[in-house]
Design a protein around this ligand. Structure first.
Ligand code: PEP
Length: 249
């Protein structure tokens, strides 16, 4: 059985006090669920969040990490630093990192490798831009993103990878891929992995959808057979909305 996951990416939102307030609200309202629930606060608040959630089933995850073990990379955070504050999962490849911080497939391949080598689970984000979809290139783009960053990994690495398909045109725009568009792409992703590896790996990897998921559309998107949950941006910043999305799974 594939894991169901609902993860909140808080991006560069919430200072320490606001982070602790939101965590307290979430903890108080968290529904009974078999899904894994994760939140990704900004890096400066990771340790406080981990301590705050010590007795909780909510996992705190990182929004990013660097590929180097240590060294002259001002402003960056290594795998070891994440592990040392209790983080076991990192988002890698978010479209905002690709667009604003120049993270290419090659850099992302190095980050994925560094995370897995250090036993950090990877939530790998990818997805096409609007022009790609309009031009009908969305399948080819997604395939190349997967191939360039992930397909040189050993088969055994895949038990520590979660995928998040996030069409860039749907992130923070209020525009969502339709449930059928999400299903179509998730099925394509699974087929592509089955061809590169095998169907056992393709069947076990959780593939989340991300892009303007909210309480009003979560249930329909999550009902699709190849959608195993969601990576939620804006709607994860309000406890009630995030809780309603968790309930939808
Ligand atoms: C995201 O940034 O990963 C995301 C899905 O954002 P939003 O839900 O706000 O579109």
């Amino acid at each position: 059985m594939r894991k169901k996951i609902v993860a909140g990416n808080w991006k560069m939102n919430k200072n320490l006090e606001q982070t602790l307030t939101l965590l307290a609200e979430l903890s108080a309202k968290l529904p009974d669920t078999k899904a894994e629930v994760m939140v990704a606060p900004t890096s400066i608040n990771l340790l406080s969040a981990v301590r705050n959630l010590e007795n909780s089933t909510i996992e705190v995850i990182a929004q990013n990490m660097h590929f180097a073990e240590s060294g002259a990379y001002t402003g960056e955070i290594s795998a070891d630093m994440l592990l040392s504050v209790g983080i076991q999962t990192a988002i890698i490849g978010h479209s905002e990192r690709r667009a604003y911080f120049g993270e290419s497939d090659e850099i992302l391949a190095q980050k994925v490798k560094a995370a897995l080598t250090n036993n950090i689970r990877v939530m790998f984000c990818f997805g096409e831009e609007l022009e790609d979809r309009k031009a009908g290139n969305h399948f080819a783009i997604v395939e190349s993103q997967l191939k360039n960053a992930l397909f040189s990994l050993d088969a055994s690495a895949w038990s520590n990878i979660v995928l998040a398909y996030e069409p860039v045109w749907a992130i923070g725009t209020g525009e969502t891929a339709s449930p059928d568009q999400a299903q179509e792409m998730h099925a394509f992703i699974r087929k592509t992995i089955a061809e590169a590896y095998d169907s056992a790996i393709a069947d076990q990897v959780s593939i989340l959808y991300g892009g303007s998921v909210k309480p009003a559309n979560a249930e329909e998107i999550f009902s699709k057979p190849d959608v195993d949950g969601g990576l939620i941006g804006g709607a994860s910043l309000k406890a009630d909305d995030f809780v309603d999305i968790i309930k939808a799974i």
